[in-house]
Design a protein around this ligand. Structure first.
Ligand code: DX5
Ligand code: ZN
Length: 232
């Protein structure tokens, strides 16, 4: 099956929150495709971040790119509704964070968003078995969720190949996203293992251009060059 075009999704977790609108504008101007929006509740993960108000504020600021909302919260249904209203494009959640996975996935689509399931490094993929027709996106965590700046866990490569095969066998146009520790020196291998959507937080927002500290062109360009070299 033909691969979907690559999407680069900077995680704003590593952006400067004091000037978030500007940071998002800059990273999109530098060529990013999607805005990855990490929602943490200090319950499902040991950290606390941003909610629907901030998503709504980015829309009001004028962000028209897709917003990829990654829910690391438990439970999920209330926030699915709130984020759909706040302008989310994708809403993904972890299957162990909701009692009724099928219902929560259906809710995302009913509210007009693209749905996705996220799997922690040690999580089995069993939850996908009966819902392949209800996901637009599958995301593999290549770090344990909760923090930016961690190292890519190598066993994710085999898991990516496994999910790539499941997607190809299903015949659905499901995106395969990877989240955590993505850098210019591993993104090519990650694409070759099956991913077509790449979250990167610290690699992008940590890469300031000395002459132009608000712009991220060179790191996005380096990602694109590496992706173009991948053999798939
Ligand atoms: C971790 C988050 C990631 C994180 C990625 O829980 O889901 O999106 O921001 O950050 P890096 O790219 O720094 O690993
Ligand atoms: Zn994330």
């Amino acid at each position: 099956m033909a691969r979907l075009p690559d999407l680069i999704s900077p995680s704003i977790l590593s952006a400067d929150f004091a000037k978030l609108g500007q940071e998002v504008d800059n990273v999109l101007k530098a060529g990013a495709d999607v805005v990855h929006f990490d929602v943490m509740d200090n319950h499902y993960v040991p950290n606390l971040t941003i909610g629907p108000l901030v998503c709504d504020a980015l829309r009001k600021h004028g962000v028209t790119a897709e917003i990829d909302v990654h829910l690391m919260v438990q439970p999920v249904d209330q926030l699915i509704g709130d984020f759909a209203k706040a302008g989310a494009s994708y809403i993904t959640f972890h299957p162990d964070a909701t009692i009724h996975v099928d219902r929560s996935l259906s809710l995302v689509r009913e509210l007009g968003c693209k749905s996705g399931l996220v799997f922690n490094p040690a999580a089995s993929l069993d939850a996908l078995e009966y819902v392949m027709d209800k996901v637009d996106l599958i995301m593999l965590m290549s770090v344990n969720p909760g923090f930016g700046g961690q190292s890519f866990i190598p066993s994710t490569m085999d898991k990516l190949r496994q999910v790539r095969k499941m997607i190809d066998d299903s015949g659905y146009d499901i995106r395969l996203e990877v989240d955590g520790g993505v850098k210019a020196n591993n993104i090519k291998e990650i694409k070759e293992a099956g991913a077509d959507m790449f979250v990167a937080g610290s690699a992008i927002f940590g890469a300031k251009d000395e002459n132009d500290p608000n712009h991220y062109d060179s790191i996005i360009k380096a990602f694109r060059e590496q992706l173009a070299e991948a053999k798939v």
